[in-house]
Design a protein around this ligand. Structure first.
Ligand SMILES: *Cc1c(COP(=O)(O)O)cnc(C)c1O
Length: 443
């Protein structure tokens, strides 16, 4: 565990001179297609703070996109991963297996919803997990079609680009995309034409009607949904939507896949966001928060579905790397020991009332939503619901300049999202919210 002081501190212009120097080296050697939210280079990170190479300390409201839930240098992650590094870095699970991989699969079976027999396969990235969920569902059902939702995000590989809804920046110029992918409406309460209270019933009816009419339920291998849509703008499908889609999948022999890559592992105040409405998915994809920052992902689900792919059909050289598995065991240990689900709920208790109060003061805040430590505000033009990406970018920039690392998101680029590490101190949360409020006041 690093001894990084848990305090915001801005000692240079943002970016500072050392970051600027690194940025020019980066521009010369790193492909332009890889972007960064802020041009400051990290030196250390721990708890709720990221420190840059110029000594500026930023309050971390991003967790490296919902990854460092337990902090960026959590004691148990460092301890277990370091010990594993010293023992061996890699043998390849497909060559000579090791215990850590099996232990992670056992933990996933225990933590994911449902008490049926479960199995897992481990991979490196979220996109890879989603791709494999599709392979497994197709092998099990012997069907090909995959249904996804408006505003959904599932990754940047060819198949997951097809599954992802937003063109710019994720798909523009990168086609052709994988076939047999179909997109249907989701219950986006704030923007549902007849109001949030009708969104669950109406959107699920529309989605099911489109599946029946345009694809034929008997051709659908999998329905894939994020229980809280991340890149789409932290959209919580209106109540009733997820249960209706889950039921439709069960009635038609379709594999229901919950993509919990962003929403999972205590982020929303539960181990998995789909627990909120009692949803038990057939398959669940996890990554991001799973391993305290080390690259690991998983597909977990009903044993009979997971076993449908033939031996050798799943895997990858690095999938379930032993150091990453050790990191995951350390992260899960931390989540249990510090009761990070309770911490996420506490973060919601601190943030939501402050954001709601800001919404009353600043009419460009159209909506405050999310749960646990997955909270967002949607910005609009005054007196309308018209998206306001310009103000969103300005607010984010103002926060960055004052030492608060916030991320934006949303199909319309008009959502500021808050994904603090769950171990963040309450003073940092409050300080970060003060900075945000001042940014709105100055706009
Ligand atoms: C980030 C994300 C992915 C892709 O994960 P990568 O590790 O970036 O490939 C897939 N689904 C959801 C819901 C995500 O948030």
């Amino acid at each position: 565990m690093s001894t990084l002081p848990q305090e915001r501190r801005v000692v240079t212009a943002i970016p500072g001179p050392k970051s600027q120097e690194l940025q020019s080296r980066r521009t010369a050697s790193v492909a332009a297609g890889v972007g960064s939210v802020m041009p400051v280079f990290a030196a250390r990170a721990d708890g709720g703070i990221v420190e840059d190479v110029d000594g500026n300390r930023f309050i971390d409201f991003g967790s490296g996109i919902a990854v460092t839930t337990v902090g960026a240098s959590a004691e148990a992650v460092v301890r277990r991963a370091s010990a594993q590094l010293a023992d061996f870095t890699h043998t390849c699970f497909m060559v000579t297996p090791y215990e850590g991989y099996v232990e992670v699969a056992e933990q996933l079976a225990e933590l994911t919803p449902g008490d049926h027999a479960k199995k897992s396969a481990l991979f490196n990235s979220g996109a890879e997990a989603v791709e494999n969920a599709v392979k497994i569902a197709r092998a099990y059902t012997k069907r090909t079609a995959v249904v996804v939702f408006d505003h959904g995000y599932h990754g940047r590989t060819n198949l997951t680009m097809a599954l992802t809804s937003k063109n710019m920046p994720y798909k523009q110029g990168f086609g052709p995309f994988a076939p047999e992918v179909y997109r249907v409406p989701v219950a986006y309460g704030y923007r549902w034409p007849t109001g949030a209270e009708n969104a669950g019933a109406e959107a699920s009816a529309q989605a099911i009607d489109q599946i029946n009419k345009q694809i034929g339920a008997e051709n659908v291998a999998a329905i894939i949904i994020e229980p809280v849509l991340g890149e789409g703008g932290f959209i919580e499908p209106a109540k009733g939507f997820l249960p209706a889609i889950r039921q439709f999948a069960s009635d038609n022999g379709i594999v229901f896949v919950a993509d919990e890559i962003q929403s999972g592992f205590c982020r929303t105040g539960q181990w998995f966001a789909c627990e909120d409405e009692g949803i038990v998915p057939d398959l669940i994809t996890t990554a991001k928060g799973i391993a305290g920052g080390l690259p690991l992902s998983a597909v977990t689900g009903r044993a009979e579905i997971m076993d449908a792919a033939h031996s050798g059909g799943l895997g990858g050289t690095y999938g379930g790397n032993p150091v990453a598995c050790a990191g995951a065991l350390g992260a899960i240990e931390t989540m249990r020991e510090l009761d990070l689900n309770a911490k996420a709920k506490r973060i919601e208790e601190v943030m939501k009332p402050r954001l709601t109060a800001m919404q009353e003061k600043f009419d460009i805040i159209g909506d405050v939503r999310g749960r646990g430590a997955m909270i967002a505000i949607e910005l609009v033009k005054s007196g309308t619901k018209e998206p306001n990406p310009e103000a969103t970018a300005q607010i984010a920039k103002a926060c960055h300049t004052e030492g608060v690392l916030v991320l934006t998101t949303g199909t319309y680029g008009n959502v500021v999202r808050f994904l603090p590490p769950l171990v963040i101190g309450e003073e940092l949360l409050t300080d970060g919210l003060d900075v945000l409020e001042a940014a709105f006041a100055a706009l």
